[in-house]
Design a protein around this ligand. Sequence first.
Ligand code: PRT
Ligand code: ZN
Length: 286
Amino acid sequence: MDNILRLAVQKSGRLSEGSMKLIRSCGINVSNGIGKLKAKAANFPIEFFFLRDDDIPGYVADGVADIGIVGENVIVEKGKPVNSVHKLGFSKCRLSIALEKSVEYTGPNDLDGMSIATSYPNLLGRFLEDNKINASVHEISGSVEIAPSIGLAKAVCDIVSSGSTLFTNGLKEVETIFYSEAVMIANKQLSTEKQDILDKLLFRIKSLQQAKNSKYILLNAPEENVDEVIAQLPGMRSPTVLPLAQKGWVSVHSVINENDFWEKIEDLKAAGAEGILVVPIEKMIL
Ligand code: PRT
Ligand code: ZN
C-alpha cells in the first residue's frame, strides 16, 4: 500500500484538536467520528489512525503507521528510532521540576538526595545525570502534582503550560528541563511514493506556517514619496504600485512580517502613507 500515507494522531487529548485543525487547514477532508479507530481522507492519499499519544512513536518506528503527530516530550522520552521531520507550533509546553512553595531552592544541587515523582523518568534521568545530581525517581503515570501532598515524593517533574496546576497544588516551578511542541515524525524507511505524499503534505503545512506570520499591507502614499515607502516594504519580490484616481497619489501593496509592522509604521506615516490596511494571509507559496 505505497499509494497511501498512514498518519497516527492522538485520539483524544491535548494534541487532537491541533492535529486535526492543521490537517483540515491543509484542505484535507476527514471525519474523525467518536470511537473510530481509522478514517480515510476524501481528497488526499492519507489514512488516519487515532491512538493514545504514548503509542504513536512506537507505531511509527515499527512501520504500522508511516508518520505521526506527537509532542517532542513523548518522542524523546520513548526514544524510539523515528525521524522528527517538522515542528508544528502547537501544544507548546515545558517539562519542569517543582517543589512545595515553602521549600527553599537555590539551584540544582538542592535536589541532591530528594525523591522526585514523574511520568518522564528518561528525560528527568538525563537532567539529573548532566547535573550530577543523586535523586531517587518515582515513576507514576498520572496526577504527578499531588505527590508531595500525599507524601510520595518531595519534588515533581511534570509538564507545565499555564502553571495553574502547580499553583493550585501549592507548588513552585524551580527548573525547566525540556521545551516541547507538537512535531511531525516519520518512519525511517519510507518508500519513495510515501515520501512524495509526505512532501506534498509538508509543503501545505509550511505554506500555512509562512502565512501565519505574514500580513498583506495596502496603503496610499504621495507619488513623490513612493521610494521612501517602498524601502520599508520589500515584499516577496517587490511591492505593487498602482495609480490612484487622484493625481499624484499611488496605492502600494506588499507583504510584511507582522512583528516588523509596528516598527515600520512611524516611518511609513512620516513618508506620507495613509489609509493603511493590514489583512491576514491564508496561504503563502514562496
Ligand atoms: O490519552 P493519551 O495518552 O493520548 O493522552 P495524555 O493524557 O497522555 O496526554 P495529553 O492529552 O494530556 O497531552 C498530550 C501532549 O500535549 C503532551 O505529551 C504534551 O506534549 C502536550 N501538552 C501541552 C500537555 C500540556 N500542554 C499540559 N498542560 N500535556 C499535559 N499537560 C498537563 C500536565 O501534565 C499537567 O497535568 O496539564 C497540566 C498542566 O497544565 P497547566 O496549564 O496547569 O500548567
Ligand atoms: Zn499519553
